[in-house]
Design a protein around this ligand. Structure first.
Ligand SMILES: Cc1cc2nc3c(=O)[nH]c(=O)nc-3n(C[C@H](O)[C@H](O)[C@H](O)COP(=O)(O)OP(=O)(O)OC[C@H]3O[C@@H](n4cnc5c(N)ncnc54)[C@H](O)[C@@H]3O)c2cc1C
Length: 248
C-alpha cells in the first residue's frame, strides 16, 4: 500500500465510511468556491464528527504526507480552500457544531463548523453577543473560516473578527495541538483572556489555514444591546461623507 492508501484506511476508520466521500459529483463540487474552480480535484472529502476526530485526521495526513485543506461554510471566493496539488484531501467541518457558553467568565467556545447565525441564535436568548457577530454571509460562513480570513461586517464599528478572539486550539504542521491565550499559558486558568504572554493567537488569524487547523475557537462575550435603531443620511459629495464618518 502507498502512503495515501494507508492514510485513507486510517481516516475512514476514524470517521466511518459514510463520512469518507469519494464520489465524482462531490469531488467536483469541492473543487470550486463561490467564484473560482480548481484544476485539481481532492482525492476525498472527509467529515469528522467532533474535534477529536478532526485532530486524528490531521495527524494521519501529516504522518502519511498527504496534503489537507479545511473547508468551513465554503462562502469565500479567493481559492482559499481549493486543492492546488493532486494529493489533497478536504476536511469539511460541517458536522463540528458544539457550542459551550460560559456566562460567568463571558466567553464562548465553538467547534470550527459553527456558523455565525447558529452562534447568534444560541447567544441571543441569554442577552449575549460576540463583539463581532459575523460577515454578511454569516448564515453559512463559519467562525473558523472567518477567523482564518479576517472577516469584517456586523459589529465592525466595535471590532473586526480578530478583535473578538479570546483563544484558539490549533493543530500545527508537526501534529502538535496547542492552545493560545490564558489557558494555553496556564492550564488552571479558563479561556477568558487572549493576552497572556506573547499573542500566539494572532499568528493564526488571517492565515487562510496555512499555519494550522483551528479545532476550537473561543470568543469574548458582551451584553447584547437592548435596543437597535438605524438612521440614513444623503451626502452631496464624498468629501462630506468622509468628514461625517470621521466625526461619528
Ligand atoms: C454573499 C457573500 C457575502 C459576504 N460577506 C462578507 C462580509 O460581509 N465580510 C467578509 O469579510 N467577507 C464576506 N464574504 C466572504 C466570506 O464569506 C467570508 O470570508 C467568510 O468569513 C468565509 O467563511 P467560511 O466559513 O465560508 O470559510 P471558507 O470559505 O470555507 O474558508 C475560508 C478560509 O478559511 C480556511 N479554514 C476554514 N476552516 C478552517 C479551520 N478550521 N482551520 C483553519 N483554516 C480554516 C479555509 O481553508 C479557507 O482558506 C462574503 C461572501 C459572500 C458569498
Amino acid at each position: 500500500m502507498n502512503s495515501v492508501d494507508i492514510a485513507f484506511d486510517q481516516i475512514s476508520d476514524i470517521v466511518g465510511k459514510d463520512n469518507f466521500i469519494q464520489n465524482e459529483e462531490t469531488l467536483s463540487f469541492y473543487s470550486t468556491d463561490v467564484f473560482v474552480s480548481s484544476k485539481e480535484k481532492p482525492l476525498a472529502v472527509v467529515r469528522p464528527n467532533n474535534s477529536y476526530e478532526l485532530i486524528k485526521i490531521v495527524q494521519a495526513c501529516i504522518a502519511n504526507n498527504v496534503s489537507l485543506i479545511v473547508r468551513g461554510g465554503g462562502a469565500s471566493y479567493t481559492g482559499g480552500y481549493l486543492p492546488i496539488n493532486s494529493n489533497t484531501i478536504i476536511i469539511d467541518s460541517q458536522n463540528l457544531k458544539k457550542i459551550e457558553i460560559n456566562e460567568e467568565d463571558m466567553y464562548v467556545t465553538v467547534e470550527p463548523g459553527v456558523t455565525w447565525l447558529e452562534l447568534y441564535e444560541a447567544l441571543s436568548p441569554l442577552g449575549l453577543r460576540t463583539p463581532f457577530w459575523g460577515p454578511f454571509s454569516g448564515r453559512v460562513a463559519t467562525i473558523a473560516g472567518s477567523m482564518s480570513f479576517h472577516a469584517l461586517s456586523h459589529g465592525t464599528n466595535n471590532a473586526v473578527s480578530a478583535d473578538s478572539l479570546s483563544s484558539l486550539q490549533v493543530i500545527i504542521g508537526t501534529g502538535e495541538v496547542i492552545e493560545t491565550g490564558s489557558q494555553g499559558a496556564n492550564e488552571n486558568s479558563s479561556r477568558f483572556f487572549r493576552h497572556y504572554g506573547p499573542d500566539i493567537g494572532g499568528l493564526f488569524l488571517g492565515d487562510s489555514g496555512a499555519l494550522g487547523v483551528k479545532t476550537r475557537i473561543t470568543l469574548k462575550l458582551r451584553k447584547k444591546p437592548e435596543g437597535f435603531a438605524a438612521i440614513s443620511f444623503g451626502f452631496p459629495d464624498f468629501k462630506n461623507l468622509f468628514l461625517a464618518m470621521r466625526d461619528i
